[in-house]
Design a binder for this molecule. Structure first.
Ligand SMILES: [Zn+2]
Length: 318
């Protein structure tokens, strides 16, 4: 192993995401050192770099990238669950909803993330990758798929008879379409891939009111549209954080008894369930690999909305 490794770190807005070379971390006590085999690119990374998301953001400089699939190369002295050679993902949240304070041991919130060749993970925040699941699939499961699962199955309470509208068909939205279909629900969205019906806006679905509307854009206006598209007693699940404020038309919202629910992340059990669905070939995330040294360009594409599915990179490929 080289004495330094390549990483992309963020310190402040004016410096943006910087390429740096840093020492190899040494795992202590309950930590494991992993070689990253796949690291997913998420809109939250874009929001951090652009200054939109500083909510839980404590450590600086910090290596970004919170969708991590990896192989263990060394373990700390008190680690008992894992050994060198095991394939693991990094869990962002072990409890759900996320307790405040828990973020000190959360990837890319309280410690360094996956835009790097090697990083340490906490033993309690790692989970074995199931047989039949690739590193790339496993990486994006930890957020793009598990967050979608939490939003639509847990918060959305979808059922086989549900009509679900998805706003924003990026990595999370496409995962939601697949998960909803897996449960027999009909998913309506704004891109062709994986949905039952497709239209540019809700005007393309005249007369349809939805049991669940999941807003992955969170652009303010999209949440307002979602609230108008929900049926009586329906639910709007808000995941996206593009804008901090949304103005709702309250009349129909109140009269129809629509529920608005915020959704962030997922529990360790939900990540496990999603890994199982991939191993069982019930869902198959849409992925695009980019070279590790194109991470910044990849995030620019994501910020522009120029990505279908989820981007990932393998830092150990030269
Ligand atoms: Zn994310």
């Amino acid at each position: 192993m080289a004495s330094t490794i390549k990483a992309y770190q963020f310190t402040n807005l004016s410096r943006g995401l910087e390429y740096v070379e840093i020492p190899v971390p040494v795992p202590q006590n309950n930590q494991i050192l992993v070689e990253i085999k796949a690291t997913g690119l998420c809109h939250t990374d874009c929001n951090i770099i652009s200054g939109k998301d500083v909510t839980f953001f404590w450590k600086r400089p910090i290596t970004l990238g919170h969708e991590i699939a990896s192989q263990i190369v060394a373990i700390g002295s008190s680690v008992t669950k894992f050994k060198a050679g095991d394939w693991v993902v990094s869990i962002i949240d072990t409890e759900h909803p996320i307790p405040f304070g828990d973020v000190t041991t959360s990837t890319r919130l309280g410690y360094n993330g996956g835009f790097v060749e090697y990083v340490f993970l906490y033993e309690s925040k790692a989970l074995c990758i199931l047989e039949g699941v690739t590193f790339a699939q496993a990486a994006v499961t930890t957020d793009a798929i598990a967050t979608a699962y939490h939003a639509v199955v847990v918060n959305g309470q979808n059922s086989a008879s549900s009509k679900i509208a998805i706003i924003g068909l990026g990595g999370l939205g496409l995962s939601t379409a697949q998960i909803a279909s897996r449960y027999g629900a009909k998913a309506y969205g704004t891109a062709q891939a994986g949905v039952y019906a497709c239209a540019k806006s809700f005007k393309g679905f005249p007369g349809i009111r939805f049991d669940v509307v999941v807003d992955f854009a969170g652009a303010g206006s999209t949440t307002a549209e979602a609230a108008k598209a929900a049926k009586a007693d329906g639910r709007v699940v808000l995941v996206g954080l593009s804008q901090k404020v949304a103005t709702l038309d309250t009349y129909e919202f109140v009269v129809l008894g629509v529920t608005l629910k915020g959704a962030a992340g997922s529990s360790i059990k939900e990540v496990q369930k999603c890994l199982q669905m991939i191993a069982d070939k019930e869902i198959d995330p849409l992925l695009e690999e980019i070279p590790f040294d194109h991470i910044r360009e990849g995030l620019d594409r994501l910020a522009r909305g120029d990505v279908i599915g989820r981007l990932y990179a393998n830092p150990t490929k030269s």
